[in-house]
Structures are given as structure tokens and as C-alpha cells.
Design a protein around this ligand. Structure first.
Ligand code: 6PG
Length: 241
């Protein structure tokens, strides 16, 4: 298995631990470089952690004006859609902390997917470098072994020159916008948060089973020089003895 597996008791502790990891990564980045560049994950797992960042004690433990916020993937929907990862992050975190709007870079889910992907890649190159040097990339994992919007069958191995892709996801009958492996694996710290018994079989399979990133795209996550933390609650880690 790549990286370190951290197992916590339940969803509440997973949220607290994820929030603490983010605060600590921010402190390190700001101390070293004066900025904290983070790519937020979508889905539901990180929501509670984001909310914890907006209240004491964590709220006052960071310098929000030094945060640069990006997204590791996005659904191809408008930002006000209930499906939007940006909307989830805005409602749970971004609307409640003093990060200047110009430091928040959402993926334009409402635009033509290939054009939106190309435009976001330009934003990354301009603001974060090529390959982008994120301090922290947050990811989740689906029960099919996808991460960000790298789904089985969308050829995650093609570590193309692109930094952001707009794959058509057959099973969802929709396009998505997603970081490519090149971006994810250039990060200083990748954190994959996994919660719930439904994820137990896939978590064990991707960590301990054969390496097959086409079947389980999350297996492409292997930071070149950064750290990888798998953060799981006890239910999700139930198949690890
Ligand atoms: C998305 C996410 C996706 C998510 C996993 C896990 O846009 O849905 O980027 O990769 O992290 O599907 O989702 P849950 O946290 O809801 O289980």
C-alpha cells in the first residue's frame, strides 16, 4: 500500500482529524512560504471537516487571507446546483471564513467541459505552477475505487500533459472535470478520507489487492515526493485485521 493508513473511531473523529490535518498543513505552508495552496475534495465525506474549520478552536488557528483554494474535481453543473462540489464547500466553509474571493478558484462546471478543463489548467499553471505545487490535495474515494473524477474505464493511467481533464463518465451519463494524476502526485500532501462500512471492501482491495488503476483509478495516487495519508473511520477499515 502507498502511504500511511490512519484509522479513527467514527465519522465525528474522522472530521476532527481531517480538519486538524488541514490546519497543520496550512501552518507548515504559511510558515515556509507565506501561502497555503489547497485543493478541496467534493462528495459528502469532507463536509463535516470543512464545517469544523469555521468555528473555535480551529477558526483562529490559521491565517485565512493566506489560503488559495482550488478544487480537485467538479461536476458539470452550475455552482448553485445541489450537485456542485463548489456549492458544498461554499456552504460548509468558504462563506463562513475570511478568504478573499479572488483567492478561491472554482472549476466552471456550468461551461463547456473541455473548455472549462483547459481554462482551469491555465489557472493552475498561472497560480500554482506546472506541475502545480499544491501543499494539500484532498480526495475521497467512491465504492468503485474512483477518486476525484477519475472513474473506472476513463483511462486514469494516461498521465497526459493536461493538468485537468473533462472525461465523459459512462456510469453517470455525464461529463466531469478532474485533476489528472500529474497534478495529484505533485502535491506535498495528499489526504484521502474514507468513511463507512460500504467502503470497507474497496478500501482493502485498493490498499492490499493487485495494482490495477484502470479498474481502481485511486491506485494512481502515489505522490512523487510528497506524503500520502489514508484517513479512514473504523467502519471503512473493517477489513484490515
Ligand atoms: C465527487 C468527488 C468524488 C468523491 C467520492 C466519495 O465529485 O463526488 O470528488 O471523488 O470524493 O465519490 O464521495 P463521498 O465522500 O460522498 O463518499
Amino acid at each position: 500500500m502507498n502511504g500511511d493508513l490512519v484509522v479513527v473511531a467514527d465519522t465525528a473523529e474522522l472530521a476532527a482529524r481531517l480538519a486538524d490535518i488541514i490546519v497543520n498543513d496550512a501552518a507548515r505552508a504559511i510558515a515556509e512560504r507565506g501561502r497555503f495552496r489547497i485543493a478541496l475534495a467534493g462528495g459528502t465525506t469532507p463536509h463535516a471537516a470543512y464545517a469544523l474549520l469555521t468555528s473555535e478552536p480551529r477558526r483562529d488557528m490559521t491565517e485565512w487571507e493566506k489560503w488559495d483554494v482550488y478544487f480537485s474535481d467538479e461536476r458539470c453543473v452550475p455552482p448553485e446546483s445541489e450537485e456542485s462540489n463548489y456549492r458544498m464547500a461554499a456552504q460548509s466553509l468558504l462563506q463562513h471564513v475570511p478568504i478573499p474571493a479572488e483567492h478561491i478558484h472554482r472549476m466552471a462546471g456550468e461551461e463547456d467541459p473541455p473548455a472549462a478543463a483547459h481554462r482551469y489548467a491555465d489557472v493552475l499553471i498561472r497560480h500554482v505552477g506546472d506541475p502545480p505545487a499544491f501543499d494539500t490535495v484532498l480526495l475521497g474515494m467512491g465504492d468503485d475505487g474512483h477518486t476525484a473524477s477519475l472513474f473506472p474505464g476513463t483511462d486514469p493511467l494516461c498521465d497526459d500533459a493536461l493538468l485537468v481533464r473533462a472525461p465523459y463518465v459512462e456510469k453517470l451519463h455525464t461529463y466531469r472535470l478532474t485533476f489528472t494524476p500529474r497534478v495529484i502526485n505533485a502535491a506535498a500532501h495528499v489526504v484521502i478520507a474514507v468513511s463507512g462500512l460500504a467502503k470497507a471492501p474497496i478500501l482493502y482491495a485498493v490498499c492490499e489487492g493487485p495494482n490495477d488503476p484502470v479498474l481502481h483509478p485511486i491506485q494512481i495516487v502515489n505522490p512523487l515526493s510528497g506524503r500520502l495519508t489514508w484517513l479512514a473511520d473504523r467502519d471503512a477499515a473493517a477489513e484490515f485485521r
